[in-house]
Design a protein around this ligand. Structure first.
Ligand SMILES: Nc1ncnc2c1ncn2[C@@H]1O[C@H](COP(=O)(O)OP(=O)(O)OP(=O)(O)O)[C@@H](O)[C@H]1O
Ligand SMILES: [Mg+2]
Length: 120
């Protein structure tokens, strides 16, 4: 069984559409997208609300989870870096994990073939 890797990309919601398209373009076959709240090193930021300064700890972000075996991990990471980088704080984070197993429920297939395109 070939190595399977999970990549989580947590980034600005406004980058979702472009990232989705860029991942499709490098033949990523599936993804899970969740609206999340998070903070990084800055622990949120300060916004002015009705003349008052309000400290917002958790900012809305989007999490894109991708599991790959054929598509190189580097290619996914590089794509996310290219699309999501504005250079300002809060561009997001990428987390990479080894994945123990994957199962395609319909067929019972496990491991790398569970996430491979049957046509390829
Ligand atoms: N240590 C962490 N553990 C879990 N999630 C994290 C961690 N750091 C960041 N995140 C997630 O990543 C999102 C984006 O973080 P962010 O880009 O602000 O990171 P940062 O380390 O503060 O970098 P920057 O200086 O570019 O802002 C957060 O909203 C949070 O969801
Ligand atoms: Mg930050």
């Amino acid at each position: 069984m070939r190595k399977i890797t999970k990549i989580d990309i947590i980034t600005r919601p406004e980058k979702l559409e472009e990232l989705k398209e860029a991942l499709n373009a490098i033949a990523v076959t599936g993804m899970t997208v969740t609206q999340v709240f998070g903070c990084g090193l800055q622990k949120g930021h300060t916004e002015v609300y009705r003349g008052q300064e309000v400290h917002v700890t958790l900012l809305p972000m989007v999490k894109i989870e991708v599991v790959v075996c054929e598509v190189p991990v580097e290619k996914v990471v590089d794509t996310a870096k290219r699309v999501c980088r504005t250079g300002k704080v809060g561009d997001g984070k990428i987390f990479v994990y080894p994945l123990e197993n994957a199962v395609r429920i319909r067929t019972g297939e496990e491991g790398d073939i569970a996430i491979m395109d049957p046509k390829s």
